[in-house]
Design a protein around this ligand. Sequence first.
Ligand SMILES: NC(=O)C1=CN([C@@H]2O[C@H](COP(=O)(O)OP(=O)(O)OC[C@H]3O[C@@H](n4cnc5c(N)ncnc54)[C@H](O)[C@@H]3O)[C@@H](O)[C@H]2O)[C@H](O)CC1
Length: 497
Amino acid sequence: MQQLLTTEQMRAADQHTIRREQITENDLIDRAAGAFVSLFAVEYPDRNLAIDIYCGPGNNGADGLVIAGLLQQMDYQRLIIHLCDFDGKAQPAFLVKLEWVRKKKLTIRSLGVVSDFEAFPNGIIIEALFGSGLNKPLAREWAELIALINQSGAHIVSVDIPAGLPSEGVINPDWPVVEAELVISFQRPKINFFFPESATAINGFIIADIELDEGFIQQQDGVFHLVTENDIKQIIKPRKRFSHKGTYGHALVIAGHEDTMGAALLASSACLYAGAGLTTAAIPSSGLTALNTALPEVMYVPSLRLSDKASLQSYSAIGAGPGLGKSTETLNKVSLLLDAGKPLLLDADALNCLAQEKTLLEQIPAGTILTPHMKEFDNLFGKHESWWERIETARDWTKRKQFVIVLKNQYTFTINEQGKVFINPTGNPAMAQGGMGDVLSGIILALLAQGYHPAQAAITGCYIHGKSADKLARCQATIRASELAAGIPQILYELTK
Ligand SMILES: NC(=O)C1=CN([C@@H]2O[C@H](COP(=O)(O)OP(=O)(O)OC[C@H]3O[C@@H](n4cnc5c(N)ncnc54)[C@H](O)[C@@H]3O)[C@@H](O)[C@H]2O)[C@H](O)CC1
């Protein structure tokens, strides 16, 4: 997993690198600017582009000054530096770099008042006003400058982080923030890049390696981790040579209602494709023909037969919720499952029923996986004004009750029993269609049935789900949930070969 760092941890990584390599802060700024321009030149190769570089008073502004000097060395012809310091707070590193850049034949303007703002509409603005050092909401002049930058029509490229966006913590949508087409960020994406409220500020980001000590970074006791393909390859076990259906567990899918049978079929099919040795579906009998036709490999059990703990004992793992309906019957079934003593996944209507009977939340056994989307989460655990607060609540619950929450979103967050947050990097907007959640439940259930640890099943399931969609999105604009499910075996093959 890639550790994501808070601003404080990133500063510690800077200091550690400075000590270890016996360099100065100014050297690190040069290195950061060099890494920035290497990526910038790939994205914007035209040397005749008009480039306005807006520099603030801190190290982010110092980066901007060195970036300007380096772009000049790379033959970018039309560069203008704008110095912005409404509060007279220029920092030492900024002053050192200003002295350096003044020796070059570059146009440098001081932006005394916001009305002096200028930029070429089709040019580029490199925004280096504030980076990770932002420590309070921006005052009026800064807000006005940011509004002008946003309205300029230029392509905005932010250095490290768009000015106004905090690196971590609550993002207030009312705060002024630069709306960057691209952010070139140093060493690691900032934690808030993965929160939906950053969508206004960030259209896309890439990471510039500034060679901070990776060993030190990975040793930090962080909460947020970005999942990588390598992590998943280490979790997934290839199928064994001498194995049979009994080796890979028996999954029970409790899902579907008269008019939402598709949810049950999607969850069951994903469970099959993700490799459960046996899959049984407990669905209303009206769905039996559809089940036998669409998924002949899946067995059927009448829901009524699952009436006590003993009736659940032959299953390795149980998943409940997709399309079940919010009835008393569902609530009773969920109560029974909480006491079944089996690896358990609760989704959709199983969660909606828990939300109606909140006392049951306390009875959720350790190791259970809950897979809510934002609305289901808030129904369960209370309304939240921001995603940051939502994650805090999820961490409190998982630590206290030892369950796992998969909070579904563009970047799905899996929160484990220790309150650690694992951010899934796969997936794309082509997936924004009904049925995707049912498929995700089916994949995670299959992994649970095969004996994976709950948090690992959740993290791996999310990765496979998004990866299958990413593969389809290479040549199609929208994806059906059933197509995504059918693509799972190939993803599993690629991840285990
Ligand atoms: N390891 C790395 O990531 C490296 C990052 N670098 C760059 O350094 C900045 C962070 O620099 P820092 O000086 O700490 O902060 P800023 O430049 O963002 O701003 C500090 C400056 O601004 C004042 N300030 C803060 N908030 C406000 C506010 N709301 N209104 C007005 N003024 C404010 C504060 O008092 C300071 O004076 C990081 O983002 C990277 O770009 C290094 O170059 C290399 C290593």
